[in-house]
Design a protein around this ligand. Structure first.
Ligand code: GRF
Length: 190
């Protein structure tokens, strides 16, 4: 069987990217990560990528939201699957259609709660705290044309204590992400 190419997209620090690559490299599954695509020049994901020995490609918003252009790049890297790991831009329709059920995103809350526009990063955890939720968690889902609305593949929960700060909540959610995201990627596609 030929080794599949998975392209990781990230806008942030890339701790999920690092965790996914390390987990898969230590597993028996052979997956190729030819490039990490990001929309941010100065983010920490570049450092992590360098340590992992994976090149990064920084593209601007116009390029990343132009379906035909992005498809050209994805074809250049013979992309089989796409993983969005803390990636903040919308995936253009042409790409969603060409990669139907082959793009997965992780959202740091229990969708459909705390999803949609503006619900990213700490905004999500602040909203969870503001609403005095007793639990939150992660949602791993396929990507369709609307933010956070693709079919849900997996969710995991954690408790929110009244004393938790939004940073505490973020930490608990990150732990769930590290535990489950690589496993669910493998289970879904490999
Ligand atoms: C994660 O919490 C992810 O769910 C969200 O953005 C965060 C990215 O963190 N979409 P990192 O860049 O992987 O550290």
């Amino acid at each position: 069987m030929n080794t599949k190419n998975v392209i990781l997209f990230a806008s942030g620090s890339g701790s999920n990217v690092e965790n996914i690559v390390k987990y898969i490299r230590e597993s028996e599954i052979s997956i190729n990560f030819p490039i990490i695509i990001t929309n941010k020049k100065d983010t920490y994901v570049h450092k992590r990528a360098e340590k992992l020995g994976i090149p990064t490609k920084t593209m601007n918003r116009a390029e990343l939201t132009d379906g035909k252009f992005l498809l050209g790049i994805l074809r250049e890297y013979k992309t089989d699957y796409i993983v969005l790991a803390g990636y903040l831009l919308k995936v253009p329709t042409d790409v969603v259609k060409a990669y139907s059920n082959k793009i997965i995103n992780i959202h740091p809350a229990l969708l459909p709660k705390y999803g949609g526009k503006g619900m990213y990063g700490d905004n999500v955890h602040k909203a969870v705290k503001e609403a005095s939720e007793k639990e939150t968690g992660i949602t791993i889902h396929y990507v369709n044309e609307n933010y956070d609305e693709g079919n849900i593949i997996f969710q995991a929960k954690c408790e929110v204590l009244p004393t938790d700060t939004f940073q505490d909540i973020a930490h608990k959610v990150h732990l769930l992400e590290y535990e489950y995201f690589p496993k669910i990627i493998i289970k879904t596609w490999f």
